[in-house]
Design a protein around this ligand. Structure first.
Ligand code: 13P
Ligand code: SF4
Length: 398
């Protein structure tokens, strides 16, 4: 993969490169950071008919899952749409489908493979659909962090909690160490579960979801949280800091939600009288503090569905979803929170050409882009996922 410096301007219509994070790469470069102007251009509409035909040919052998951040041209083919919690549950509840085509990103397809039966094949139409946040916590780094916690004598009393947006081996690490997975829908419930089992939580990779949940939903203080930086010796923390913390947050974030600013909230309130600000908990704490409502993508959708005609909303989440909500609810005023247009570049890798390519191959008997998690990883990751699925998934707010 190539690394593209963020200083290089990206012209509208230019294909976006994938940026690799980590050692040797440009530290400012992240997948999805550049905002080239608007949503990516729609693909050739002639492909719609081909996708329909291939889907019809596959019939009940196929089940298509679509995350809310997917493009319209793709979401129209989803048998079910949802946030990452709902899609993980849906994948687990479809033992009859031979092929699960996951229109989302890599970590979601891995979770679907872990939760589905051996005879089921999970397909990701474009393997380049990764997630910069998931890339921010690698297994070797997490193992190092665990050693740091052990040296500070706190590993035994710490429960590792990984956000769904992480690779399968990180989920397996949590499974092995008595930990669990959470999503933005159930982070509070999961943290409560973890605190019944330990004195501390190591939360990765999204510092914002961890901090927002601990402070705004569980009544902890900012001082109860410390930030572990995997690029610094010992995470950049002393043993004393680790011992006195309740929540050890991993220094990771979403390249899309992390871009919303407190200033954008002030600006939209000045621009649109009576506007209500609704944001995803992956946004920075300072943004969330200024918002009226906070919640996962499912929560955002339900809130808008229930809102009265004439109500005004500024939404801080991925652009495809916000635009779709605005189109579906023409009698409600819905704007994107930031003035800088921002969509998730890797979610948008799944486009109609890739979907058609995957479906036509499946229909003609060729399994392409299958996501397979090895058995050992799968076993332990499933433990962590099942601990989560056994808990109620409720959306966050206020
Ligand atoms: P949810 O789907 O859990 O709301 O998470 C948002 C996200 O960033 C998915 O990549
Ligand atoms: Fe990852 Fe953020 Fe994109 Fe979700 S929106 S896939 S967390 S980069």
């Amino acid at each position: 993969m190539t690394t593209t410096p963020t200083s290089a301007p990206i012209r509208p219509g230019t294909p976006l490169s994938l940026f690799v994070l980590g050692e040797g790469s440009d530290p400012r470069s992240e997948r999805g950071v550049e905002c080239p102007g608007d949503l990516p251009p729609a693909s050739d509409p002639a492909l719609v008919e081909r996708a329909r035909r291939a889907k019809a040919a596959l019939g009940n052998r196929l089940f298509v899952l679509g995350h809310h951040y997917q493009r319209d041209e793709v979401i129209q083919f989803a048998d079910v749409t949802g946030d990452s919690f709902k899609l993980a549950s849906e994948a687990a509840a479809r033992p009859e489908a031979e092929f699960i085509v996951f229109c989302g990103v890599h970590f979601m397809a891995e979770s679907a493979d872990i939760l589905t039966a051996d005879h089921q094949k999970v397909i990701l139409p474009d393997l380049a659909a990764g997630c910069s946040m998931a890339d921010m916590a690698r297994l070797a780094q997490v193992e190092d962090a665990w050693d740091v916690l052990a040296d500070a004598d706190v590993a035994d009393v710490t429960v590792p909690v990984t956000y769904m947006n992480s690779s399968a081996d990180i989920k397996a690490f949590c499974g092995k160490h008595g930990g669990v997975v959470c999503t933005s829908s159930n982070a509070k419930t999961v943290l409560e579960w973890a605190f019944e089992r330990g004195e501390k939580v190591l939360f990765f990779p999204d510092q914002h979801l961890g901090r927002n949940t601990a402070v705004l939903q569980m009544g902890m203080s900012l001082d109860d949280c410390v930030l572990y930086d995997p690029r610094r010796q010992g995470g950049g923390l002393t043993a004393e800091q680790l011992r006195s913390a309740k929540v050890i947050l991993w220094k990771g974030h979403c390249s899309v939600h992390g871009r919303f600013t407190p200033q954008a909230v002030d600006d939209v309130r000045a621009r649109i009288p009576g506007v209500q600000v609704l944001v995803h908990p992956e946004c920075q704490h300072e943004v969330v503090l200024k918002a009226d409502l906070i919640g996962s993508t499912e929560f955002i959708i339900k809130t808008i569905e229930k809102a009265p005609a004439g109500s005004r909303w500024a939404i801080g989440t991925e652009l495809n979803l916000v635009k779709r909500l605005a189109l579906t609810h023409p009698h409600k005023e819905i704007v994107f929170l930031e003035q800088h247009v921002c969509y998730c570049a890797t979610m948008n890798r799944i486009d109609l050409p890739h979907l058609v390519w995957a479906l036509e191959n499946l229909a003609s008997g060729h399994v392409v882009n299958q996501i397979v998690v090895d058995r050992e990883t799968e076993h332990h990751a499933r433990e962590a996922l099942q601990r989560m699925l056994a808990l109620p998934g409720e959306t966050t707010k206020d």
